[in-house]
Design a binder for this molecule. Structure first.
Ligand SMILES: [Zn+2]
Length: 253
């Protein structure tokens, strides 16, 4: 069944996810043509806290990236496991993305296994910046993602620290970031955690409808991928990208 609608979704003023029509359309879509960047579609942002009900989907999202081995090993894990990820990296750490890792990610992005969201260039609290500065932070990161990976991060924007206000939403919306990505589950590893803490949070939060927050910042999670995969399999969960969860596409942006 070929089904993900490319029509613009109706915007809602409350963070309620829509029911999904399709659980999984994997394998049906042709590859993304890297380098073909759609124009921005400005609009009123919608804040997303969870996935639609009624599926086994969860979205594994991974932010920041100030640990080079974390980037490389997360990407290698995605490639070996086939698990779908959404990456929200900050371009200020771009030198930590080795060319071979970038090449792997581009292949997986073309295959719709990996997707990007915009987490800004250097991870500042946007509520403390002027509108011009906030727009520059988003635009600079978008340009880095496009130049490096050949794909747009629009319409997804994850505010650093989850901090936003009406002005930040307005700036984001004008740039085409109409889906503001929050989360309702976390591995807790924005800062250094023990493996036991991370596994406990995985047990707690990995369930249908979760937007799971992870980070490319600290190494403890790297030794837990097998166990996390075990939880996913035991619960029959379907790890998906945001496009798969919310019916957006890289062609539309
Ligand atoms: Zn972050």
């Amino acid at each position: 069944m070929k089904a993900l609608s490319r029509h613009k979704r109706p915007k809602e003023s409350v963070p309620i996810a829509r029911p999904a029509q399709i659980v999984n359309d994997r394998g049906a879509a042709p590859p993304v043509q890297l380098g073909a960047i759609p124009p921005p579609h400005p609009g009123t942002p919608e804040v997303l806290w969870s996935g639609p009900p009624g599926t086994q989907q969860f979205a594994w999202t991974v932010d920041d990236g100030y640990c080079q081995s974390c980037i490389a090993e997360y990407v290698a894990f995605a490639q070996s496991s086939g698990i779908h990820l959404t990456l929200n990296p900050n371009g200020v750490f771009g030198s930590l993305w080795a060319p071979s890792v970038v090449a792997q990610v581009r292949d997986m992005a073309a295959d719709r296994q990996v997707q990007f969201g915009n987490h800004t260039w250097d991870h500042q609290d946007l509520t403390k910046l002027s509108s011009t500065e906030a727009a520059r932070d988003l635009t600079r990161n978008e340009q880095w993602i496009e130049d490096t990976f050949g794909i747009t991060s629009r319409p997804y924007f994850r505010p650093p620290y989850g901090f936003y206000n009406s002005r930040v939403l307005s700036v984001a919306g004008e740039l085409g970031y109409t889906s503001v990505l929050m989360w309702n589950g976390t591995f807790g590893d924005a800062t250094l955690e023990t493996p036991a803490q991370i596994l406990g949070l995985a047990e707690q939060w990995l369930k249908p409808g979760t937007i799971m927050l992870g980070h490319l910042n600290h190494t403890p999670i790297l030794s837990l991928f097998d166990q996390i995969q075990g939880i996913i399999a035991a619960r029959n969960l379907d790890p998906v990208t945001l496009d798969e969860m919310f019916g957006t596409s890289r062609e539309t942006g």
